[in-house]
Design a protein around this ligand. Structure first.
Ligand SMILES: O=P(O)(O)OC[C@@H](O)[C@@H](O)c1c[nH]c2ccccc12
Length: 398
């Protein structure tokens, strides 16, 4: 049986829907589709067939909420549902889990499932990476439990001042402070450098005048690794290090800190305001700086509403479509948002797609005080010279 059935909900209790039916409508702000067998609904639960040719019948049987064992799953389900609802209300399009992995088959907010028959395939690369991270983190957590990491953090050497290094570089050179990225590959560009030696590249960047380094730690999509972060740190590189990861769990922040990170990236496209606030608090506690990355006006607006953010990155590349447009930096710094950023004395980092001195001049004129650059310098046979080429000037200390 297939058909559209509007559902009206009055008060909560649990029902089991035994037939696959496509239900369209909103139940206390959320709704379900045909994959859902179990859902929360009010005690008065009315289903009206919209299509006159709808054959078969809906069997809606009350099942006890008190059912032992189910209670916890229901709680989990509710939590996830609220998180998803919160995310959609903040304009976040990325679903954090494949719908079938959600407890009790809850497949995300209704708005995200419209015209989406294949709900269990990621809709874009960012969603794919996010789903994969979720699994990866649960595996890694088992090998490195949080309690052990917390102990390791206590003995870890102090972090270095990431934001301070960027400010100093800006004063020293008159150019935006450079965060040079140690990146072997990316989903949009494939392999950037075949004989990739992360420590060698990091040292060349430092010599070339980079203020800070960004180290990709994602293995599957960027061919990076936490071992690169660790190796660069223990090789004596002095530039503060940004752990470039897709953070979806506080565990990753503790892990990054034990591997030598001085800063971590938080991506507004996948995290709610509440999560950013919470993760920011953990970073502060661990002495880490935070680069909060936005890609559009909506994300910028959200981030400006969160207290305590010093560094905002504007990504010129959409992580959903891979489209790169450096005028994005300019666009997001115009008007009210730009005014608030200046008022709060935040540092804006122009990210991605910067190749020439003209590109640097363009984003600098737009108001950035730092830039994050990967491809254009990592690809050079001599990344140190690559930096001079990027700025049109030698910006090294010597
Ligand atoms: O190689 P580029 O175009 O210079 O871009 C560097 C950096 O901005 C990019 O790697 C990046 C920006 N935000 C990210 C988030 C995750 C992974 C990678 C990124």
């Amino acid at each position: 049986m297939e058909g559209l059935v509007p559902v009206r909900v009055v008060s909560p209790s649990l029902y089991r829907c035994k037939v696959p039916v496509s239900i369209k409508g909103s139940i206390s702000g959320f709704a379900m589709d045909k994959r859902i067998k179990l859902f929360r609904a009010p005690s008065k639960f009315s289903i009206r067939a919209q299509q006159s040719d709808l054959k078969g019948s809906l069997s809606v049987a009350s099942s006890s909420v008190e059912e032992k064992g189910n209670v916890l799953r229901i709680k989990e389900w509710e939590l996830e549902m609220y998180q998803d609802e919160l995310a959609i209300s903040q304009g976040i399009r990325i679903r954090r889990k494949p719908p079938s992995k959600a407890p009790l088959g809850y497949s995300g907010p209704f708005e995200l499932r419209l015209n989406n028959d294949d709900a269990d395939s990621p809709r874009n690369i960012l969603e794919e990476i996010t789903w994969y991270k979720d699994e990866e983190v649960s595996r890694m957590k088992k090998l490195n439990p949080l309690e052990v990491l917390k102990k390791a953090v206590e003995d870890a050497p102090p972090t270095r001042d990431f934001v301070g290094a960027l400010r100093m570089a800006y004063q020293r050179t008159g150019f935006p402070g450079l965060i040079a990225e140690v990146k072997k590959a990316s989903p949009s560009r494939g392999i950037l450098k075949e004989n990739f030696d992360p420590v060698e590249i990091a040292q060349a960047y430092e010599k070339g005048g980079a203020a800070c380094l960004s180290v990709l730690t994602d293995q599957k999509y960027f061919k990076g690794g936490f071992e690169n972060l660790e190796a660069i740190r223990s090789a004596g590189v002095k530039c503060p290090l940004l752990c470039k990861e897709f953070v979806v769990d506080p565990w990753q922040i503790y892990y990054a800190r034990t591997k030598g990170a001085d800063a971590v990236l938080l991506i507004a496209a996948i995290l709610t305001d509440l999560e950013i606030t919470y993760l920011l608090g953990i970073c502060k506690k661990l002495g880490l700086a935070t680069l909060v990355e936005v890609h559009d006006e909506r994300e910028m607006g959200r981030v400006l509403g969160i207290e305590g953010i010093e560094l905002v990155g504007i990504n010129n590349r959409s992580l959903e479509t891979f489209e790169v447009d450096i005028s994005n930096t300019k666009k997001l710094l115009e008007g009210e948002h730009g005014r608030q950023i200046r008022e709060k004395n935040m540092i804006v980092v122009g990210e991605s797609g910067l190749f020439t001195p003209d590109d640097i001049a363009y984003v600098q004129a737009a108001g950035v005080k730092a830039v994050l650059v990967g491809e254009s310098i990592v690809k050079q046979s001599d990344p140190e010279k690559g930096i001079a080429g990027l700025f049109g000037k030698n910006i090294s200390h010597t």
